[in-house]
Design a binder for this molecule. Structure first.
Ligand code: HEM
Length: 408
């Protein structure tokens, strides 16, 4: 099915400035939800679907809202992979890769090593009294955890983080910058080599990792498929947990009364995680392509139409979440969309929940006494010495500069 790269007949056309979206997409999303819940946005080259209920509806119909988007930059960067496949192809790859990321496996196989790595990283900075917690803690932690779960013992956390960045840049290389393509290709070649070496080793000696699980899958998965899916997991498994860590810590440091309650009742870390992911979703939107004509939000989209499911907007939909723009750990439970929905629901959700809410936050707030934001950040301040919120396809803090009482 060829992609239709123009507005559907009758779809409202809304001009949005990408630099404004990068700075703060939420006012534009609120306006779209009110007046044009399905709108063609020329600068994005897609229809944006922005209301919660419509996004959930689309996710329940993967045979209509296909993940096989034509011409996707992700396909160019990593090749065919589960994220851009539909069932049954998607199911074969997903069931091969998923077992090591289930809650029990996270607890039994990985949690101990995750905790050791977090302590090691904190040991390195504890005596300094200041750090950028994104660069010096969260990113190396989640990258090391990902290497472990994947089974990539032949790589370092720095390799994983650098490869992830190079591929993410490739996935958003709409300007076709040759240097960005070159770096993405170097990263993907390095991943292919590392995966080939490990696949050979775990064929003889299975080790419970994602690569091992794919090598020994009931329905065969070939080496190129393993390589491409490892690329997609590295591309998506670093920045999102890092960004939830950063945004949640930043929100709590600006709300001492909430932080005090969470310290007194550690069961609340889980609620902090879900509320952070809802409030500022690390992935703001992802694409789908229509397999047939279909009416949604008052517009009939022709087959081939390109749609972006704007989950960051659905997560601020006032008809579902009261005072949706506020960070409120006490809000009544309602499922958010930050991990997506339907067959592509995030495979790393339990890894992320554990590494951030069970380990990273409790350890950082427990060990770094007198932790505070550097400079004078206030609750309404999204640009401060501590860091700046940025992005709309992916959104997080550029840095999280903090100080504390240095320990010997
Ligand atoms: C807070 C952290 C995370 C968030 C918010 C997040 C968000 C998402 C979202 C929204 C999707 C669906 C995309 C789509 O349908 O097009 C997704 C899929 C996926 N995520 Fe995550 N992710 C996170 C962490 C991780 C981690 C740590 C891993 C790896 C261990 C991971 C691996 C994947 C994979 C493999 C898929 C594709 C699943 C499929 O196609 O069936 N994610 N994630």
């Amino acid at each position: 099915m060829n992609a239709v790269t123009t507005a559907a007949p009758g779809a409202p056309v809304v001009e949005l400035d990408l630099s404004e979206l990068r700075h703060d997409p939420y006012p534009a999303y609120a306006e779209l939800r009110r007046s044009a819940p399905l709108a063609w946005v020329p600068s994005v080259g897609r229809h944006l679907l922005t209301r919660y209920d419509d996004i959930v509806h689309a996710e329940k119909l993967p045979e209509v809202f296909s993940s096989r988007e034509e011409g996707s930059l992700l396909l160019r960067t990593v090749g065919p992979n589960m994220l851009r496949e539909d069932d049954p192809e998607h199911r074969r790859l997903r069931s091969a890769a998923e077992p090591p990321t289930r809650p029990r496996q996270v607890r039994d196989l990985w949690a101990g090593s995750f905790e050791r790595t977090a302590h090691e990283l904190l040991d390195r900075i504890a005596g300094r009294g200041e750090a950028d917690l994104i660069r010096d803690f969260a990113e190396p932690l989640v990258a090391a955890n990902l290497a472990l779960v994947l089974g990539l013992h032949n790589t370092t956390a720095d390799d994983i983080a650098a490869w992830s960045r190079a591929m993410m840049d490739g996935n958003s290389n709409y300007a076709n910058d040759p240097d960005i393509w070159l770096r993405a290709e170097q990263a993907t070649r390095a991943i292919e080599e590392a995966v080939a070496e490990i696949a050979e080793a775990v064929r003889r000696e299975p080790d419970g990792s994602v690569i091992s699980s794919m090598v020994h899958a009931a329905e065969p998965v070939d080496l190129a498929e393993i390589q491409n899916n490892v690329k997609v997991i590295i591309g998506g498994g670093v920045n999102e947990p890092r960004d939830v860590f950063g945004v949640g810590a930043w929100a709590l440091l600006q709300r001492p009364e909430v932080l005090e309650r969470v310290r007194a009742d550690p069961a609340m870390w889980k609620r902090v995680f879900e509320e952070t992911a809802r409030w500022i979703s690390p992935i703001g939107m992802y694409p789908r392509q229509l397999t047939q004509d279909y009416e949604i939000a008052g517009v009939t989209l022709p087959a081939g139409s390109r749609v972006a499911l704007v989950i960051a907007s659905g997560n601020r939909d006032e008809s579902v979440f009261e005072r949706a723009d506020e960070f409120d750990v006490d809000r009544p439970h309602h499922p958010h969309l930050a991990f997506g929905g339907g067959p592509h629901f995030c495979m790393g959700a339990w890894v992320a929940r554990h590494e951030v809410s069970a380990l990273a936050w409790p350890l950082v707030f427990g060990r770094l006494k007198g932790l505070r934001l550097a400079g004078s950040a206030t609750a309404s301040n999204s640009r401060s010495a501590a860091g700046r919120l940025e992005g709309w396809v992916f959104r997080g803090l550029t840095s999280l500069n903090v100080t504390w009482q240095a320990s010997a």
